[in-house]
Ligand binder design. Structure first.
Ligand code: SF4
Length: 262
């Protein structure tokens, strides 16, 4: 079976191989810092409908169309969330839809993508998901909607760019040109261009991981400021001279199946 990799997994691995091992190889859960996803889900759902169900025989949707789609997704929200969501959608409409002579049908909305990649006789399955995929120039642009209260791109955008480049190249045979984060509450868009270094970096990281998986090497701890937010400190040999044993139920290290040449 192929070894599944996502941008989040690669980011964890780059930050600290030992934390990666605890989380994905040994299967230990760590406390999540995320709040209720209902608000974000509702906005993502409304935007997916706005693009997916629009009749593209007409050039630009009206704000009423936005309201219709929004109303389909407010069932689990409180009044404040409904108001804030609608404000965000109006802002999006004013900035990114109303000025256009015509909106273009995306290649996909809320899609999952997958590709395979072989390194050192290990088959990796690269997986990702996107909010919207558009044609851009002679390639593609990924759109990621953000609902956070702060405009602050998270770490790992470079890995996301490289990973999605590899997946989309295999899936659509077209190059990913750029990734845009659209902060819905603030109506702000931040765009990152893809460079050859992005995909090279991801390929190298996967190659590095393949060596560890094959040769059963140590997943070394990589200490840094991120340790303060790490949920595995008590098991980590870098944090304590006598780390606690892993709890019952922790998986054994995974045996990776090699792809054998015929
Ligand atoms: S405490 Fe630091 S070094 Fe140890 S596993 Fe967590 S992130 Fe890695």
């Amino acid at each position: 079976m192929a070894y599944s990799l996502s941008a989040t997994k690669l980011l964890t691995y780059r930050q600290c191989p030992q934390a990666y091992n605890f989380k994905y190889e040994r299967g230990l859960s760590s406390p999540s810092a995320f709040g209720s996803p209902k608000f974000g889900n509702a906005l993502h759902g409304a935007l997916a409908d706005i693009y997916q169900d629009w009749n593209y025989a007409y050039p630009v949707p009206s704000l009423d169309w936005f309201a219709v789609c929004w109303q389909q997704h407010t069932g689990e929200l409180n009044q404040t969330q409904i108001h804030e969501g609608w404000m965000a959608l109006q802002l999006y409409y004013e900035r990114y839809v109303a000025p256009l002579p015509q909106i273009r049908k995306p290649l996909g909305v809320e899609g999952k993508i997958k590709a395979s990649f072989q390194v050192s006789n290990i088959e990796f399955s690269l997986v990702g998901r996107y909010d919207r995929l558009d044609y851009f120039g002679d390639g593609l642009e990924l759109i990621d909607y953000k609902t956070s209260k702060m405009v602050a791109p998270s770490d790992g955008i470079d890995l996301q760019l490289g990973l999605y480049y590899l997946i989309l190249e295999q899936t659509y045979h077209q190059a990913l040109q750029r990734l845009s984060l659209i902060y819905l509450r603030q109506g702000q868009r931040i765009t990152f261009d893809v460079t050859p270094e992005h995909h090279q970096q991801v390929q190298e990281l996967i190659g590095d991981m393949a060596v560890k998986l094959r040769a059963d090497q140590e997943w070394e701890p990589a200490m840094g400021e991120h340790c303060d937010r790490c949920g595995y400190q008590r098991y980590c040999p870098a944090k304590s001279e006598k780390p606690e044993p892993l709890p019952e139920g922790a998986r054994e290290g995974r045996q990776v199946q090699l792809v054998l040449g015929i």
